[in-house]
Every structure is written in C-alpha cells, then in structure tokens.
Design a protein around this ligand. Structure first.
Ligand SMILES: Cc1cc2nc3c(=O)[nH]c(=O)nc-3n(C[C@H](O)[C@H](O)[C@H](O)COP(=O)(O)OP(=O)(O)OC[C@H]3O[C@@H](n4cnc5c(N)ncnc54)[C@H](O)[C@@H]3O)c2cc1C
Length: 275
C-alpha cells in the first residue's frame, strides 16, 4: 500500500435520497488540504459490514469483489474541521458507488492523503476578489461548501452567489446548512461577504427556485437579475463544478458574456468536471 494511503473510519451517514448520501470519516492528524480540493477515496467491499453480512449468509453471487477501488471525491468539510465530510451520488452499476452506498458507521475506507485540484480560491491573482459566483450541479456542490466554511472566503469577497441546480427538491441537499452559513460564518469576520443563494430545480416546479439550466439562465440574464449583481470581467470570479455538459455549456455562456478562462492565475472562470 502506498505511504499516502491511510485507513479512516466512517463516523456518520446521512441519506438524502435513494441515490444521494453524505458521510463523515475520521481525519488523520497529518492530513491537510485547501478548501475546494479533492482526494482519492478507496473501498474494499469485503471490509464493509454489509458485505460481511451477505458473506455470512453465503450469498456473495453479485458482490464478489475483493479489490480496492478508488475514486476522486471533493471534500465538503472545511480545512479546519476535525472530521472529513463527503457528498456522494449512487450509480447503481458504478464499480465504486454500488459498494459505497452500503457504508455503515464503523466501516473502514481508504484515504489517499495527497490532496489534488486547483478549484481553489488561491488560484485567482487577477482580477482581485470582489464577487464570487459558485455554480454547481448535484454533488458538484461539495467543494463550494468547503469554501463557504472557510472564514477567508467571507473576508475576501463582497458578494458570494451560490447557484445550485438539482433535478428535484429532494435532491437539493444541504439547503438548511446553506441557509445558516451567513449566520454561522459571516458573523465571525468584519465586513463579511453577502451570500446570495439561488436554488434551481429543473424537473419540477418549485416556489422560490428557478427551473432552467444554468447556461440558459446566464444567457437570458435571469441569474444576474436574481442575484442583483452583474457579471463583470474586472470584478468577477466564477467557479463551475459537476456535470461536464453543464460545465461546458455554462463556460461557453460565460465566454459569450465576455468573461475569460483563468489561466496561470489570470481570468474569471475556473472549472472542475466530475466525469
Ligand atoms: C475531481 C473529481 C471530484 C469528484 N468529486 C465527487 C464528489 O464529491 N461526489 C461524487 O459523488 N462524485 C464525485 N466525483 C465522481 C466520482 O469520482 C465517481 O465517478 C463517482 O463516485 C461514481 O463512481 P462509480 O465507480 O460508481 O461510477 P463511474 O464508473 O465512476 O461513473 C459512471 C457514470 O456515472 C455518472 N457519474 C459519475 N459521478 C457522478 C456524480 N457525482 N453525479 C452524477 N453522475 C455521476 C457518469 O455518467 C459516469 O460516466 C468526482 C470526480 C472527479 C474527477
């Protein structure tokens, strides 16, 4: 096993829908990361209690896996938390999540403690921080929750717009947490950013939520209107995370609004695709 791989214990699990859940694991003392980064998480199905129960009943026909499987996972929790939190999809035939969905408190996972990724606020050197737009679909919310639990984010910006898109209200996870972020973190610094939360639900009408895809909302000006601030090449940082179709189409929409990709620290747009 690589030196970077450590065993961590599952401490809690929250099920949002049959295909979405969150969980926390113990944090190794030496593990450091920056808000927005991801790690590689590993599961060995034979280590899960669920698997052991099936094995005890001698029915291992469809769970005959005994190899470590690793996948990239963004960290939800802040760099200062004692535990590490993750937010996961369940892909029924996915090699990793078809096993991970059976996690129980007390199970052990593997954590590669080398953090990866440049979807971090430190990447922006120009323009200087003023307005931060965080645009997520589904589990792509994860890195933004980490940033929003880091006091520096609240200190550095004037406005933070969080637009978070899901198919249904049930899939819009963490809404209560998002609604308490201003109170929980914004009150701890002088001149905190103002958080503007824009929920988007695409497959059912919901009061108080927008319903179109992010690229359309941008191109029609609806998102700026809802946020009450404008996208501006000289003052805006925009981060996109989640579904690659959303990321590509939204990136193009932003470019047509004259924003530019961030390269070597300069520019407005930074992205992370989940597949
Ligand atoms: C940098 C990075 C960070 C990531 N962070 C997260 C995270 O925080 N939470 C998370 O759930 N996943 C995250 N992923 C995706 C994750 O690595 C796996 O793809 C996911 O856990 C599914 O694994 P699987 O083996 O079950 O299916 P895979 O074989 O990996 O994927 C099968 C298919 O499932 C779909 N899919 C994969 N991931 C997602 C997803 N998150 N939401 C919707 N559809 C998906 C795609 O169509 C994909 O082709 C991240 C990926 C990258 C590259």
């Amino acid at each position: 096993m690589s030196d970077n791989i450590q065993t961590v214990t599952v401490l809690s699990k929250t099920t949002w829908t049959p295909t979405l859940f969150s969980f926390t694991v113990s944090r190794p003392d030496s593990f450091k990361f920056t808000a927005g980064q991801f790690v590689r998480l590993g599961v060995n199905p034979s280590q899960l209690k669920y698997y052991q129960q099936i094995e005890a009943s001698n029915d291992t026909s469809d769970t005959a896996l005994n190899e470590d499987i690793f996948r990239a996972y963004s960290i939800v929790s802040s760099p200062f938390d004692e535990v590490i939190e993750f937010f996961s999809i369940v892909i029924p035939d996915g090699a990793f999540t078809s096993q991970l969905q059976h996690l129980q408190v007390g199970d052990e996972l593997l954590l590669n403690t080398m953090p990866f990724g440049f979807l971090t606020l430190a990447r922006y050197q120009k323009p200087l921080p003023k307005d931060l737009w965080l645009l997520a679909t589904g589990t792509g919310l994860a890195p933004f929750l980490s940033m929003l639990q880091d006091l520096k984010t609240w200190e550095d910006y004037e406005h933070i717009v969080l637009a978070y898109s899901a198919r249904s209200t049930q899939e819009l996870a963490y809404v209560d947490k998002i609604k308490s972020l201003q109170e929980d973190f914004g009150t701890l610094v002088d001149n905190p950013a103002k958080l503007i939360f824009i929920p988007i639900v695409t497959r059912e009408p919901v009061d108080g939520a927008l319903s179109e895809r992010l690229p359309k909302l941008l191109l029609e000006g609806t998102l700026e209107k809802q946020a009450g601030i404008a996208l501006d090449i000289d003052t805006t940082h925009v981060m996109l995370c989640g579904n690659p179709d959303m990321v590509d189409d939204t990136k193009e929409a932003l470019k047509s609004l004259r924003l530019v990709m961030n390269r070597r620290g300069e520019g407005n747009i930074a992205v992370e695709n989940y597949w």
